[in-house]
Design a protein around this ligand. Structure first.
Ligand SMILES: [Zn+2]
Ligand SMILES: [Zn+2]
Length: 136
């Protein structure tokens, strides 16, 4: 699995998201909403852990509450961080998300990668299960 992008296109003006072609030929396309929900910063990570969400999953609606209108996430600024990452400043003012290529590859939203992730997740659950069963 390559975490080296061959080409990166950010469709900032059209709002269409970001496309990455990796050196191994795999292509990933991310919507900006997906990227915003996958923000790797500590704050967003904590929020997701509270809800038990995977990076990229939308926030769960609060039971009984009316859905709040939220403008669709779009970056106001996009800048490269060295050779290893890309950083987005969002239209909601959030700017701490530095997405490394490795992270982006890991959370590629395509069907194939999504099912690979869930298989790995299950395997990890089972490992945890086994560890609990074993007497020390
Ligand atoms: Zn964040
Ligand atoms: Zn993929």
């Amino acid at each position: 699995m390559s975490a080296d992008p061959k080409s990166v296109k950010v469709h900032k003006t059209s709002g269409a998201g970001m496309d990455i072609e990796w050196k191994d030929g795999h292509r990933s396309s991310y919507s900006f909403v997906y990227l915003r929900d996958a923000c790797p910063c500590a704050l967003c990570n904590e929020e997701r852990e509270k809800d038990g969400r995977e990076p990229g999953n939308p926030m769960k609606p609060i039971a009984g509450a009316l859905p709040m209108f939220k403008a669709l996430a779009r970056p106001t600024e996009v800048e490269p961080v060295g050779k290893y990452a890309i950083r987005f400043t969002w239209n909601d003012g959030h700017q701490h998300g530095i997405f490394s290529w490795e992270y982006l590859r890991e959370f590629c939203p395509c069907q194939e990668c999504a099912s690979n992730r869930s298989v790995r997740g299950l395997a990890e659950d089972m490992k945890m299960h086994d560890a609990k069963k074993k007497p020390n």
